[in-house]
Write a protein of this length. Structure first.
Length: 235
């Protein structure tokens, strides 16, 4: 039997042994998502971003297979698909976003999710890199050149192949223009896992290199209606 959690908050202006303003929150639902406050109105009005796409993705998961969430943010895909997967590996390099991911997993009591505070890329990218943060919600952060940078953060890049994962059945990838490099650093993993389906975000007109690479591996690619997301499948 695993540990379940409740939340206690305290005023930042008072000492930890002052219990006058303690707030205790016990969450009864089994799926809990820690989400960025600056988008709260949008979440309250519309629910989780891409919720219908997460539901649609359940068909590619298997309780006998591993799901890889590459660019996991705070875990909506990871938690939403964890009950339909044997294991989930969630990769998120941005520090505070990663902490929110871990909190979401703990509060949801999902023991089959492994959270990894690392970015994925090619062999040439391995090591410390500067992550350019462009929003306060953790979205859009990239190691590539971009405009309107709010701050920068040092992260660590590793290849997918270095994890030597087997039994991978489905991959979701949203890594802000680094998708091609993730695949280059994960080609052995793709091959040894019989080229699993890959759901990924991209602007096709600006990323021919990525699409050509996938097609050369034998993937067929279709855009998901209503999203800037694509599904790559062998058949």
């Amino acid at each position: 039997m695993s540990t379940s959690y409740f939340i206690m908050t305290k005023s930042e202006n008072k000492s930890l042994d002052n219990n006058d303003d303690n707030q205790v929150v016990l969450l009864n639902n089994s799926q809990t998502f820690i989400l960025p406050k600056n988008l709260m109105e949008c979440y309250v009005t519309n629910g989780l971003f891409e919720s219908n796409l997460i539901e649609w993705s359940k068909q590619f998961c298997s309780k006998n297979k591993i799901f890889l969430d590459i660019g996991a943010h705070t875990g909506t895909y990871s938690i939403g698909l964890s009950l339909y997967s044997k294991e989930v590996y969630s990769f998120e390099p941005q520090k505070m976003t990663y902490y929110a991911l871990c909190g979401s997993v703990a509060l949801s009591n999902r023991e089959n999710i492994t959270c990894l505070n690392v970015g994925l890329g090619s062999e040439d990218q391995v090591g410390k890199k500067t992550l350019n943060i462009i929003s306060n919600d953790g979205g859009g952060s990239t190691i590539h050149e971009t405009n309107n940078i709010l701050r920068k953060e040092e992260i660590f890049i590793q290849t997918l192949d270095s994890y030597e994962l087997s039994n991978v059945g489905f991959i979701k990838m949203d890594v802000e223009d680094n998708e091609y490099f993730v695949l280059v650093g994960g080609t052995k993993t793709l091959r040894e896992n019989n080229f699993p389906p890959i759901l990924f975000e991209s602007n096709r007109r600006q990323n021919d290199q990525l699409f050509d690479y996938l097609m050369n591996l034998g993937y067929h690619i279709k855009q998901i209606n209503g999203f800037n997301m694509f599904l790559a499948k062998i058949n």
